[in-house]
Design a binder for this molecule. Structure first.
Ligand code: ADP
Ligand code: MG
Length: 686
């Protein structure tokens, strides 16, 4: 899109007050205004003579009030009026319309709008909208299809509509076509300029839908082109180490695991092994519901790399999780030659030594938090990077590694199953493997939504589980890592300790506890020396203690669906039946619906889809860590058809015109560079 003279103030009719009101809506340039899309449309029908009214439709009528009456009823009072035009009379009824006695009088000219019904052959409107006609009231002469814009108290939808309408041809000057005619025809897409026009001033629902479809297509194409072209660049330039594996190695690796891998785990491991045998760097997303056993699949790949004399870095989102992986791997690899280092950035002295041994290749697997690759750490021969429980490896981390001259394979494991629509869009540059089966013998988790006042019976139940030898989590929301939150956790701790859970061995885990204490507490919990772990969401991801069978989530309404599912996944990891209690006093309808849904849904993919619908992709990802442009118009969960087309056609466009050098793609190329900045390889071509 041509920037031109972008400023809004050059449009006539836009003074300082309006500019300010528009700015509050995020509109500061002409393009912002053009891309301020209607939320919906409304049909405003032309005024009709009474004699031409038809039943059941909402219609506008104007005429003179000839009679009024107020009927005070015991239960329901009503105000009645008769409106006449040259062709006939219309009965109007407003229930509870007592106040109208003082406003509507015979002799007035009124315009009413409402659904028409016939009683004994006479037309009637119940509770119509009305306005008194003045000299300034224009007649609605022809039916209009009216856009409704998101508005504010300072500027109405009508004003925005008027502004856009008045300047539309000026604004449309800024729109250029992005694609070849052939492509547009193939999918029956409107020209870009026309789409921008019709989305603001459509003649019908159909036109509005066509306009929207074209613009959604453009958003999706832009996203896909960005992703596909970075992928092509990466695949073309980088070459990763080629790994080997044979039957002996496969068996040797698997014999390290304390259980048989499931069919789904094996399939995933073999798919990854296949990638690792290519020179092209692997970029794979491993997804599977919580508890599906992603860790050993990753370990399989890691051991394959080590057997090929390459080093592995495994990054976890929290120190607690890094520590757990470290302990877990150390246990499984006891007595082998594989050396594991722990890099959580805390014990300076021992880590200094580990850093040295990593650089000389004496450490094979480095387990740490994200800090691991940001630090000044050198690898002797880095071949694989595994990222646990993250949606995506930040572009930043990747380039840190690349700048150090490493071109490893990447395996990313997701904390939340990625709905298909997102997998096709934000993860377009990943290959996806799904583990669609849980390890055998898993018990279903019973989920209950309980009110605050029932909480003590919940804690009663917790006590029973603990006397049966099990363990429990209690989770309280954390808003920020600040003193107030810590204080509320402390309060909860004292409250439980002195009342519901007296006598039990209870510990607390939150962001402000020193790393050493944290390790000690987790160790004690794993060893069964702690009955109840009271925690903020630090336990959200990854923690694996199969003997824990109850999780109580306090103020559960503050969590998103996927987050609740993650939390719930801390239990049900062993052979015992497990329970999740969502404690909430929420009165808000949406929150209640959400919590109720949790008691009915157990499949992480379904939950993720529902969460995506409720909160949109930005929220779904937590912080906007995907680093990709926000989609203005597209509700990605609804656009599977266009998404699939865009994915295919983006690849085709880049195939036929790799650097987007053809004149017809000039504007597309500019738009891409504008949207993605220099990170897009196209910026460097030509
Ligand atoms: P997640 O996919 O949530 O990261 P984990 O890798 O933590 O799941 O595995 C969950 C639990 O299941 C762990 O206790 C793990 O040891 C166990 N597990 C994984 N795979 C199997 C299997 N094939 N058979 C039995 N238990 C398994
Ligand atoms: Mg995990």
């Amino acid at each position: 899109m041509t920037t031109g003279d972008a400023s809004l103030s050059t449009l006539c009719g836009v003074g300082p007050t309006r500019l300010k009101a528009l700015k509050e809506l995020g509109i500061t340039t002409k393009i912002d205004l053009l891309e301020y899309f209607p939320r919906r449309y409304q049909l405003e029908t032309a005024e009709r003579p009474v004699a031409e009214l038809v039943t059941d439709l909402i219609q506008n009528v104007r005429g003179e009030i000839t009679a009024v009456d107020y009927i005070a009823g015991a239960s329901r009072s009503r105000f009645e009026a008769t409106l006449r035009d040259e062709s006939g009379s219309l009965a109007l009824v407003w229930f509870n319309g007592g106040y109208l006695k003082r406003v509507i009088h015979p002799g007035q000219q009124l315009r009413v709008k409402g659904k028409v019904r016939f009683f004994r052959g006479l037309p009637q409107m119940t509770n119509p909208k009305w306005s008194i006609i003045t000299d300034e009231t224009p007649a609605i002469e022809k039916s209009v299809f009216k856009p409704i814009y998101p508005a504010s108290s300072r500027i109405s939808s009508d004003t925005i509509a008027q502004l856009i309408h008045d300047h539309l041809s000026d604004l449309l000057e800024l729109v250029d076509e992005w694609f070849e005619d052939e492509l547009l025809q193939k999918y029956n897409l409107l020209p870009r300029k026309q789409a921008y026009r019709l989305i603001h001033v459509p003649g019908s629902h159909r036109e509005a839908a066509q306009a929207r479809r074209r613009l959604v297509f453009d958003e999706l194409m832009l996203l896909q082109l960005g992703l596909v072209s970075s992928r092509q660049l990466r695949d073309g330039r980088l070459s990763a180490p080629v790994l080997r594996i044979d039957k002996t190695l496969d068996e040797r690796i698997r014999s390290r695991f304390p259980f048989e891998m499931t069919r789904a785990q094996l399939q995933a491991a073999y798919q990854i092994a296949k990638d690792l045998q290519q020179r092209q760097p692997m970029n794979r997303l491993l997804q599977g519901d919580v508890g599906s056993g992603k860790t050993v699949v990753a370990l399989y790949a890691m051991l394959m790399a080590v057997a090929n004399r390459l080093q592995v870095a495994m990054l976890a989102p929290t120190e607690v999780l890094a520590e757990q992986h470290y302990l877990n791997f150390s246990r499984m690899l006891e007595g082998s030659n594989v050396r594991i280092g722990r890099f959580t950035g805390r014990s300076k002295r021992t880590e200094k030594d580990s850093i040295r041994r990593l650089a000389t290749g004496q450490i094979h697997i480095a387990v740490g938090t994200q800090a691991l690759i940001q630090q000044d750490i050198e690898f002797a021969n880095l071949g694989l990077v595994v990222i646990d429980e993250q949606h995506k490896l930040g572009v930043h981390q990747r380039s840190v590694l690349q700048n150090k001259g490493y071109a490893p394979h990447y395996l990313v494991m997701t904390a939340t199953p990625i709905p298909r629509t997102l997998a096709l869009s934000y993860f377009a540059d990943f290959d996806v493997t799904t583990i669609d089966e849980l390890p055998p013998g898993r018990q279903p988790i019973t989920t209950r939504f309980v009110r605050r006042h029932q909480a003590s019976s919940v804690y009663q139940f917790v006590r029973q589980q603990i006397s049966a030898g099990r363990q429990a989590y209690v989770v309280v929301p954390q808003i920020e890592d600040n003193e107030e939150d810590t204080a509320s956790l402390l309060k909860k701790f004292d409250e439980l300790k002195s009342r519901d859970l007296t006598g039990l061995r209870m510990e607390m885990l939150h962001g402000r506890i020193s790393p050493d204490d944290r390790d000690r507490i987790m160790q004690d919990f794993r060893a069964g020396n702690v009955d109840v772990l009271l925690a903020t969401t630090v336990i959200e991801v990854g923690i694996d203690v199969p003997n824990a069978t109850v999780i109580v989530i306090e103020s559960a309404e503050r969590f998103g669906l996927s987050q609740l599912h993650q939390l719930r996944g801390r239990v049900g990891r062993g052979e015992h039946p497990s329970y999740c209690f969502l404690v909430s006093d929420a009165v808000n309808e949406e929150a209640i619906a959400r919590l109720t849904a949790m008691t009915e849904m157990s499949n992480g993919f379904e939950i993720a889809e529902a969460d995506l619908k409720l909160r949109g992709p930005g929220q779904f990802f937590g912080t906007r860590q995907h680093g990709l442009p926000e989609l203005k118009l597209t509700d990605i969960s609804q656009e599977i058809e266009l998404l699939t087309i865009a994915r295919k056609e983006a690849a085709a466009v880049l195939e036929s015109d790799p650097g987007l050098q053809k004149p017809v793609h000039k504007h597309l190329r500019e738009a891409l560079i504008e949207r993605f900045g220099d990170s897009i390889p196209l910026a460097r071509v030509g």
